[in-house]
Design a protein around this ligand. Structure first.
Ligand code: DC
Length: 230
């Protein structure tokens, strides 16, 4: 087995709604390694633009914001928290106004460039599980472990529908399904870092698996590549 005790990157990429976040968080918690949610970073940039009334086409203003943006990620009593320029934005970055805009913001080249730099900097000297869309292809093409999760659009829409129901959010299944398909096309057809599986990634279709089953399969795969401390 390689990489005994060395620093490493476990890259988890894939479509929205495949359970990437839960999986990455659980691996991090179980093995005491750092978890990084790169989607949340794009969400912070989006919120910063909204807060400063900066439009998608105002590249100079976006660059100015990026020059002074301060994104901090912490874990407080087991909860991941995000701070944007000193303000706790953990909840705000999940709200509708950010949801509606973040995909477009994440496709702006200067945003992508800066966030990828930051992700590489933050990971330096660490054992880390990083979750996103382009981690295994672009951010860490030499990551020690690469996982790529998929699931059918119907199953992902169904998972989101049930999550919403639990939270008392009433959106018809049909609307959710259409949004899932729209986002897939958007993510995969982008000119800037389109979502695609790295050639050397382990691909897992999670459609017919529970979260626990996915975790077991992935952890087994990770252990073939690196030593996970207990
Ligand atoms: O995973 P999420 O829904 O929080 O991601 C928010 C948006 O950011 C989503 O539209 C995909 C995009 N994203 C990206 O382009 N690259 C990443 N590494 C992570 C997220």
């Amino acid at each position: 087995m390689e990489n005994l005790c060395k620093n490493y990157v476990i890259a988890i990429d894939g479509e929205a709604g495949t359970g990437k976040s839960t999986l990455a968080k659980n691996i991090a918690k179980k093995y005491g390694i750092v978890y990084m949610d790169t989607g949340a970073m794009y969400r912070c940039v989006t919120l910063d633009m909204i807060n400063n009334s900066v439009e998608l086409t105002q590249i100079d203003k976006i660059t100015e914001l990026l020059d002074k943006i301060d994104i901090e990620m912490t874990n407080e009593d087991g909860e991941d928290k995000f701070y944007l320029n000193g303000e706790d934005v953990t909840r705000k970055i999940r709200e509708k106004q950010v949801n509606d805009l973040v995909s477009q913001v994440s496709h702006i080249p200067v945003v992508r460039e800066r966030m990828v730099d930051l992700q590489r900097k933050l990971a330096k000297g660490k054992k880390i599980v990083m979750e996103g869309r382009d981690i295994g292809t672009n951010v860490f093409p030499n990551a020690e472990v690469k996982i790529y999760l998929t699931a059918s659009a119907e199953e992902r829409a169904n998972r989101r529908f049930l999550q919403n129901k639990e939270k008392g959010i009433d959106i018809p299944y049909e609307d959710i399904y259409n949004n899932v398909v729209f986002r897939d096309n958007n993510d995969k057809s982008s000119n800037v870092a389109p979502l695609k599986k790295a050639e050397d990634a382990f691909e897992l279709d999670t459609t017919n698996y529970t979260l626990e089953e996915v975790e077991d399969i992935v952890i087994r795969k990770v252990k073939e590549k690196i030593q996970l401390d207990v």
